[in-house]
Design a protein around this ligand. Structure first.
Ligand code: FES
Length: 245
């Protein structure tokens, strides 16, 4: 289910002496900045001095070439440093999740197509609450939400107790928090457990169904998945239709 980076503290703005990748990336950025600055000057001249169109074309092309080289320089070391299995995962290969140690009430997370995918082992109480919150939901039957046909049911799952869901809020893409506790102080006495997105206050029940009156427009997504055994789930491949498009 989703993955995103920054600069280490103390690192000089110029380059990192330990990192070849950093050297490549930083040099490319400087070249791009220089070309961009020259381009900005040229653009200014065009507005005020009617610069020769041939020179403008040359500057634009030059900036594009340098920018392209920079992008290649940044991407190549990253791809080269990935193992074959990491490259396959990044490209969207199905991911196995072993749930043999997942106790009732627990959640585990795997990454599929750069997104967090949650697997939750729901307790009988959690499942019992699904019916009770029905009238408070925006799309209780998941008619306007994304899930495979085999998960368009109240539990939004293949096996009732096991929820497999993309852990991303359908409002603006934050990752909600897992809030299994009943009557949580900040969520109200009628809270029966589920998921809460603190970014803008969207609430979802234990099936990822969104409550009415919150910013998120639809239920959270259920990805294609199937069981390879009782305790092994393959995320990214449908149980009926083969690998997800
Ligand atoms: S991103 Fe979740 S409520 Fe806005």
């Amino acid at each position: 289910m989703a993955s995103k980076r920054g600069k280490s503290p103390g690192q000089s703005p110029g380059r990192s002496p330990q990192s070849t990748t950093g050297d490549v990336a930083i040099d490319a950025t400087q070249d791009v900045s220089a070309a961009g600055s020259e381009l900005a000057n040229a653009e200014s001249s065009i507005r005020t001095d009617q610069i020769d169109p041939g020179r403008r074309r040359m500057l634009v092309t030059g900036a594009g070439v340098v920018g392209g080289l920079g992008a290649v320089a940044l991407a190549a070391p990253m791809v080269a440093s990935m193992s074959p299995s990491e490259r396959a995962k990044a490209a969207g290969a199905p991911v196995e999740a072993d749930i043999s140690k997942l106790e009732p009430g627990q959640r585990l997370t795997v990454e599929w197509r750069g997104k967090p995918v949650w697997i939750v082992n729901r307790t009988p109480d959690a499942l019992g609450g699904l019916e009770q919150v029905q009238s408070q939901l925006s799309d209780p039957d998941s008619e306007n939400s994304i899930q495979p046909a085999y998960a368009q049911n109240e539990t939004r799952s293949i096996k009732p107790e096991i929820l497999v869901m993309v852990g991303i809020c359908t409002h603006l893409g934050c990752s909600p928090t897992y809030r299994p506790e009943v009557a949580a102080a900040d969520l109200g006495a009628d809270w029966l457990g589920g998921f809460f997105c603190p970014c803008h206050g969207s609430k979802f029940d234990f099936s990822g169904r969104v409550y009415a009156g919150v910013p998120a427009p639809t239920n959270m997504d259920i990805p294609p998945h199937k069981y390879l055994s009782d305790t092994l789930i393959l995320v990214g491949e449908d149980q009926q239709e083969g690998v997800a498009a």
